[in-house]
Design a binder for this molecule. Sequence first.
Ligand SMILES: Nc1ncnc2c1ncn2[C@@H]1O[C@H](COP(=O)(O)OP(=O)(O)OP(=O)(O)O)[C@@H](O)[C@H]1O
Ligand SMILES: [Mg+2]
Length: 384
Amino acid sequence: MANPFRPGGIVEPEYFVGRKEEIIRFQQYLRNTQEGNPHHLAILGERGIGKTSLLRYLGHISKSQKCLIVRVEFDPATNSIEELVLLILAEIKRAGIVYSLIDKSAERFKDFFQKYNISVSLGVAKFEQREEKAIETKIEFRHRLQELWDKIKGKIPAIIIMMDEAEQLEQINGSLQYLRNVFLRLSENNCGYILVLSGKIGLFKQIKELHSPLARFFTPVTLGPLKPEEVKEAIEKPFLTVKRNINTKLINKIIDDSQGHPYIVQTIGYVLFEQNKRELSLLDYEVLKPMIMKQLGDQLFRDMLDKTSPEEQKILNVIAKSKKPLEMKTISKMVGKASNQIGTQIKRLLQQNCIKKVGRGKYELFHKLFGEFIIDNLLFQKML
Ligand SMILES: Nc1ncnc2c1ncn2[C@@H]1O[C@H](COP(=O)(O)OP(=O)(O)OP(=O)(O)O)[C@@H](O)[C@H]1O
Ligand SMILES: [Mg+2]
């Protein structure tokens, strides 16, 4: 059997665990939308915490209710609202065609989607007309969406537009406000659109600002680690399917070492599964730990560490060596600098999700295995 653990990959719906509250909330929003009161949301969280997986799972649920799911994948070349608009329309067309081909009851929309016009009037505007053209495009976009809803309402319950890695929208000036304005108007006209964005929490500044109009529009849903019983389920289920067993001590060790981080749970599961053993125990884990650390290093930790400056690495090293959260003044003393000199670095490390704030003014690494990686990998540690 192929390894069912896929670090960084998509988890099969039968192996999806937890996120109960988020799913209930989404289903409630879906109902509200169908009753003419649309809601929109933003799924936020650190790297590997399960944003894409939840997005896919919500797509899976909505699909079973016959909603039209539109997935918008950004490419870094999308750098204006006009390009964004065209991308969304193109994805709607594509999703609509697939939907009408797969679902017999939607066959009557096939023609509509195949002819669905996605070329809003960008044209080749003269420089002085560019501004007006941009406004025209934006208005046309809303009309296109309205027209689509008018066509399918009563037959398709809702249209769910999902945008993963939507922190990239922060690079397109005004795009979040623009989407809000468009979908606010559509909601007022009782169009059944739900916009679901997802993005890395440290980078999605505009949505994170509580009480901002954007945060009120895109209800933020912040993902945390999986609960211990969810980690147990995520590990056990795939093993039990093939009648293989993991003993309780090992499960508890995985709960402890992974701290509920889904990507790390998957990596541990992946390495253990590769062993092809009927029974796995704590001893197997200890033997495999270097391999697990190597994979986590290659696929997650090294990239995070490479994005930091030498000064920031010194801070990380100090925190990694401490077994408990540290206050700013302790960190500054240990790196030999005044608190106000390390403020910017701490802020950046928070933004990059390398560290997190715990309690009042204390900091710890985003994950304890990241600490083990740092200690093993930073050469200058001996000098500190
Ligand atoms: N609820 C879940 N149940 C089981 N496995 C999960 C769950 N959520 C995430 N995973 C697994 O954890 C790993 C990371 O998840 P995912 O890619 O969804 O995270 P992400 O937040 O989108 O990461 P990134 O910030 O890198 O985009 C994947 O291998 C995925 O299969
Ligand atoms: Mg993702």
